[in-house]
Ligand binder design. Structure first.
Ligand code: UP5
Ligand code: MG
Length: 198
């Protein structure tokens, strides 16, 4: 018998666009497991045994992107240990630049089926306001501050948008207007899933 490869949906969008929130809604309704690349990096950073803690923290604060070898191996390991019986994964916040994409294509692309990319569209103003509110209410995230948010958004425009555009040319991108309530955003996505056969 042929073992079906795991299925992957990427969730992309600006910093604070609502990627993680949307993923939590999808997980409740569909048999997907949620892997946030940012969360995996923050967990790795928190391990006293990690040799990458400082490097990860520097990138997060500056809104720059951690070398793909680190991120990709965290994603790979999380997929293997997730215990998700359907082997369906929402990969949130990755790939963010050409280095991420190259690394993914080199070690992961052949091992999975990429079903599509959900693009959470949100203005810089709304994204920034959401992250600042989250910071003010005690997120503890070292990048929820004005300076980091400017840098995060610059990186998003310069490095991540071209990756989304590349997937768009391949017909893989499903856009959602994520400036509405989480419930409304999820309703749009819920319409896509059965249509696309995800
Ligand atoms: N919120 C969410 N949806 C809302 C809605 N519809 N209406 C009103 N409020 C809404 O939401 C952000 C905030 O907005 C929350 O308070 C939420 O309640 C509210 P969230 O769902 O967390 O949005 P998300 O897009 O996930 O925002 P996040 O801050 O996580 O996005 P980033 O892309 O900036 O963060 P990430 O964790 O992915 O990456 C952080 C850093 O890690 C990067 O800058 C980079 O340095 C590093 N990184 C890498 O180097 N490589 C990677 O592959 C990934 C990350
Ligand atoms: Mg997130």
């Amino acid at each position: 018998t042929v073992t079906q490869k795991p299925e992957v949906v990427f969730i992309l969008g600006g910093p604070g666009a609502g990627k993680g929130t949307l993923c939590r809604y999808i997980v409740e309704r569909y048999g997907y497991a949620h892997l946030s690349a940012g969360d995996l990096l923050r967990e790795e950073r928190a391990k006293p045994s990690s040799e990458y803690g400082e490097l990860i923290e520097t990138h997060i604060r500056n809104g720059t992107i951690v070398p793909v070898e680190i991120t990709c191996s965290l994603i790979d390991r999380a997929m293997q240990t997730s215990g998700n019986p359907h082997r369906r994964f929402l990969i949130d916040g990755f790939p963010r630049n050409q280095d991420n994409l190259d690394g993914w294509n080199k070690v992961m692309a052949d091992k999975v089926i990429l079903k599509g990319v959900i693009f959470c569209e949100c203005s810089q103003e709304v994204c920034t306001r959401r992250c600042l509110n989250r910071g003010a209410s005690g997120s503890g995230r070292s990048d929820d501050n004005e300076q980091s948010l400017v840098l995060r958004h610059q990186t998003y425009l310069k490095n991540t948008l071209p990756i989304i555009e590349m997937y768009e040319r391949q017909g893989l991108v499903y856009k959602v207007d994520s400036m509405r309530t989480p419930e409304e955003v999820f309703q749009d996505v819920a319409e896509y899933f059965p249509k696309i056969g995800w």
